[in-house]
Design a protein around this ligand. Structure first.
Ligand SMILES: NC(=O)c1ccc[n+]([C@@H]2O[C@H](COP(=O)([O-])OP(=O)(O)OC[C@H]3O[C@@H](n4cnc5c(N)ncnc54)[C@H](O)[C@@H]3O)[C@@H](O)[C@H]2O)c1
Length: 341
């Protein structure tokens, strides 16, 4: 079913923005509202050159505020919500879990309540991190136990469970999606790929947590967005859908590739103390989702990584604009100050 009025939370951030763009460009009839609090990770710049901009409206608001959410619903009258607003940085969650509890847990319940009252579908966007470390090397299925390793992942798991409980208790039309690591344009440069790209170009040291052999699966944000469009249109209530790239890479290999693309020296790489509780391996089994939603990623990893690195290097004005004081302070504390391993 095509939804005509879609409220997207968190679309001033990275994946929400990729999703909003795909939504507006693939459905000429859709109207969209962005609800975003514009935290340090939300950027008005991301909403500037939208395709179909006349069919989009921005509203600043907090998903953890029932008043803000009620006002957005009253103003826009959505017929579906795709919920991507979240606190998303694991290192920040270790330093201070409170905003993660508020946005990822309480905010998700506020939106669930609002969607239930309005009788509309909600898609909750979640992560492979809820399964924790796949130490045995197997890919997690939706039936695998949730064993989150850090406060970020634990709050995401809590949101997922609240959504699934709302389906079980109230028969609510809500579905959960889980995805592996995303990459692409417009990601706040505190995350691995944009951070290392900008540091490599600037000739700064590239701090690698521990041995750098933690393995992640990478999916382009536009492929993830296409999966979310499919889940919104064709997903079944109460289901968990999984999106994976099927391209595991170690963090060290990613940084080496970035170094080659951005033009830095191998001596810039420096191993620093590992993140506490750092998971070694994440993997998702997305076979059922591919079959049920007729979805598959379309972008090859190496050329997509090259294009992503090129995007950050070609957009210094965007990089400067998004680097507010909150981001600079965090980068200083988290990366600059980390000593060698
Ligand atoms: N980045 C990844 O690799 C990845 C992978 C799998 C799943 N996810 C999930 O996808 C979603 C989006 O992730 P992202 O990387 O784009 O995040 P992001 O940090 O880039 O953006 C988050 C957005 O949410 C907004 N926001 C934060 N708190 C808010 C609040 N209380 N009310 C309203 N808006 C608020 C921010 O302003 C920002 O625009 C998250 O739910 C995340 O858990 C991310």
């Amino acid at each position: 079913m095509a939804h005509q009025r879609v409220l997207v939370t968190g679309a001033a951030g990275f994946i929400g923005n990729a999703f909003l763009r795909r939504l507006l460009e693939t459905d000429a009839d859709v109207q969209a509202m962005t609800l975003d609090a514009l935290t340090y990770a939300g950027h008005r710049e991301n909403l500037e050159d939208l395709p179909g901009a006349a069919r989009h409206v921005f509203r600043q608001g907090d998903v953890a505020s029932a008043e803000d959410v009620a006002a957005a619903f009253a103003a826009f009258q959505p017929d579906a919500v795709v919920h991507l607003a979240a606190e998303t940085h694991v290192d920040r969650s270790i330093l201070d879990p409170a905003p993660f509890m508020r946005t990822n847990v309480h905010g998700t319940q506020v939106l669930l309540d609002a969607c239930r009252a309005a009788g509309i579908r909600m898609v909750l966007v979640s992560t492979d991190e809820v399964y924790g470390d796949r130490e045995d090397g197997t890919a997690a299925t939706p039936d695998s136990p949730l064993r989150p390793s850090n406060p970020y992942a634990a709050t995401k798991a809590a949101g997922d469970l609240l959504a699934l409980a709302a389906h079980r208790t109230h028969g609510q039309d809500v579905l959960v999606t889980r995805c592996t690591n995303n990459f692409g344009p417009r990601q706040t440069p505190e995350k691995l790929i944009p951070l290392m790209t900008l540091r490599a170009q600037a000739g700064k040291r590239l701090p690698i947590y521990g041995d750098g052999l933690q393995r992640r699966d990478w999916l382009h944000g536009d492929d993830h967005a296409d999966g979310l469009l499919a889940a919104l249109a064709r997903g079944a209530p109460g289901r968990v859908y999984q999106f994976a790239g099927g391209r595991g890479r170690t963090n060290l290999a990613i940084v080496q590739a970035i170094l080659a693309l951005a033009g830095g020296a191998p001596t810039q790489i420096e191993h620093v103390g590992d993140r506490p509780g750092h998971d070694r391996y994440y993997a998702l089994d997305d076979a059922a989702t591919r079959a049920e939603l007729a979805w598959a990623p379309t972008r090859d990893f190496e050329p997509a990584l090259e294009a992503t690195v090129a995007w950050y290097l070609a957009n210094p004005a965007w990089c400067r604009a998004v680097a507010g004081e909150g981001l600079r302070t965090f980068l200083e504390a988290n990366y600059e100050a980390r000593g060698p391993a």
